[in-house]
Design a protein around this ligand. Sequence first.
Ligand code: ADP
Ligand code: MG
Length: 870
Amino acid sequence: MQQYREIKARHQSAILFFRMGDFYEMFYEDAETAARVLGLTLTARNNGGAAEVPLAGIPVKAGPEYLRRLVQQGYRVAICEQVEDPRAAKGIVRREVVETVSPGVAFSDDLLDGARNNFVVAIAAPARGEQGGIGVAAADVSTGELRLCTTSSAEVDALLARLAPRELLVSRGSTAVPRGPMLDGALITERDAWEFDEAMARDELARQFAVRGLDGLGIESGDGIAVGAAGALLRYLKEMQPAGVPHLARPVVERTGDVMPLDEMTRRNLELVDSLRGTDTQGTLLAVLDRTTTPMGARLLRQWLLAPLLDRASIEARLDAVQALLDDASARGALREALDGVRDVERLAGKAAAGRATPRELAALGASLGRLPEVKRATDRLDAAGSLGRLMQQWDDCAELATVVSRTLVERPPLQLGDEATIATGVDVELDELRALRDGSKDAIAAIQAEERARTGIPSLKVGFNKVFGYFIEVTNANRELVPADYQRRQTLSGAERYVTPALKEYEEKVLSAAERIEACERRLFEALRGRVGAAIARLQCVARLVAELDVLAALADVAAREGYARPILTDGFDLEITGGRHPVVERMMPRDKFIPNDVRLSEDARVVILTGPNMAGKSTILRQVGLIVLMAQAGSFVPAASATIGVCDRVFTRVGASDNLVRGQSTFMVEMAETSAILHTATRRSLVLLDEIGRGTSTYDGVSIAWAVSEHLHESTGCKTIFATHYHELVQLADELVAVRNYNVGVREVGDQILFLHRLQPGGADRSYGIEVGRLAGLPAPVIGRARQVLALLEGEGATLVPALTSAVSARGERSGALRAPRAADADQLALFAAPHPVVDALRGVDVNTLTPLAALQLVAELAERARA
Ligand code: ADP
Ligand code: MG
């Protein structure tokens, strides 16, 4: 237990799998945790008379499965092995932790999702009271990616939302510990503050990448804080992987302004990669666009969607490539066919470099490399001067590695070295001999026998084998005189003598140790091959990235062709003009051509659109489709529209009013307001702000007032492109007040007393909200609908006071004047009803028909009727 305690002391934060013979044992709290999480039986071990020690054990064979379950539950597991042969050990067997696995530091396929990166991220914030950016370093040990980003405190959440780390390292006592939905289940670990020290980190990075100075890595003096984070990250990774992380690629440095920060709410509301209903990709933009064939491609597409570009030239480069692939369908087909069957070169190469690739994985890597020349040929058919040419300049398909792997390994190597052959015949003379010995022992014996018969002239001479004496030559007593001098007698039988010769002994040794030696030989050859492949990690990672990019571009071209997308025209101007725009996801959920396309135009002098219309008209759909089209374009994709001219946006914000937002459950008005406030603080003139029913989470009066003020602020101070969808048709009057506000509504047609949703955007505000008709569609009983119509009629007579209230607020600021709308002449009866503030009226004021469930409506009407009679 002494040894256990020493090792455990160094791995406090992990569950320690302590190898004892054929079991991994866990003690104390580790045992208790494991018993609880894994459903193991907890036993106790008597610790030399002292108190009993809780204990739980798992067979070594089942280790990987239990490890997976623990890590998936967010635990860190340290694997402590016996590092010397117990038979050779004097005293206690030496044990060492050979590896620690955690959610963010994992290699095994069953802990990883092929379609997404598995990042562990370190965050460094400036010391208390100091100014400066926030440094973020992110590593995916499974692919070998390393990124350094310097960002601001305002944008760090968006960056984290994009990286979606499984694990986060923060400095102990740091004030900058991020919290929030973007960290969904990430394991957060505090590390000592000194580990984030920049000077130390510089040395650490220089050592890792064998460079003298960091400028060679593209790191500049302003990146100091990110370097500090990278230092802490590397230190942590080396702790987790005592054998080092030699496969980590040189860092990619990202700075503010390279990509559009997408905050968590925008990412979710637009359902870019996660659907609102769950975390699966069904019903997301990613699901529509992901026609990639390789895991690297799938990961890169996800990265692109979460990091739209800001630089027009870079966007155009991607669009050019998509265009080239779109225009040449046969080359595209050839490329996609060649890519199909290319496996996860990036992760396989990482495994090879980390000395973890199995024979089968190395073969898969080799086979994938073998397909690359075909990929290259397919791209050669396209215009090489175009932007694929730019990619292909760096192309290196590592042909000699493909050849050496396919020549060295058997066609279908086993999952692990051992029973079956891994190394092909003809690779190594010694190995072939050993195999011949093992397989051909009968032939060999026959051969020796024939040889000895010829030499001695004894036709009855036999070579045999028994367990005690091994191989022997048997000569009958009649031929004893003919036995040569070099025969050594071993055994005497009644009618014969048995002999051995040095040659026979040598042969015997070979045969008996053959199996053992074959294994050793295979291991040596396999490790040499894996080492050779692993040493080419930088080249492999480079080609893997190019393959990923080709895969994404071909996928985007493929979707564009299938779905009839158009190439967006990007400008440095302000205007956004979409004709025949569609929602890429919603249109896919209905039969072809059933989705109604719409035009949207936002320009400097018509920059705020108030979008009204009844529930279910399609307001949210139009709002989101505008956001999606802009993001798709800036990610380099064609867009679902007849045409689109897009002034590059620096940010896209989307907010959905609390009661419309199904995701968060705790849909508090406070959260909604905090989010809106964040937009008002960060949006610039070049941003696109999409607000859906903001203000809904409170009473109608408050809601309209807030919505009014927010729109006014965006129009006046921010000056950005804004679309505000609302069922408060009071807001249409903003257009009379503010020069660049335009009203649009999503049309419905009344047929008799029914309504027909046209889903067509048209100028002008909606005149009414049709809430009651929607209620009828939803199945409210006819008497309730009838009564609701009566109540509405009463209210509409009286409720116009709301608008003058807003108008006077505006007038008070001395900016605008005049009533927006005169109160309507009211019916005498109604006036009588409303003369004194009747309790029924008060109660009705607080009702939001749009959020009322049929049942609640029914109860409400019953209650109101009751009170009206009172
Ligand atoms: P709102 O926000 O106005 O309540 P939604 O945008 O949620 O309405 O749309 C309601 C439903 O109408 C959608 O789920 C979709 O099925 C349908 N819809 C919306 N826009 C269109 C369109 N342009 N063409 C066809 N169907 C549409
Ligand atoms: Mg809506």
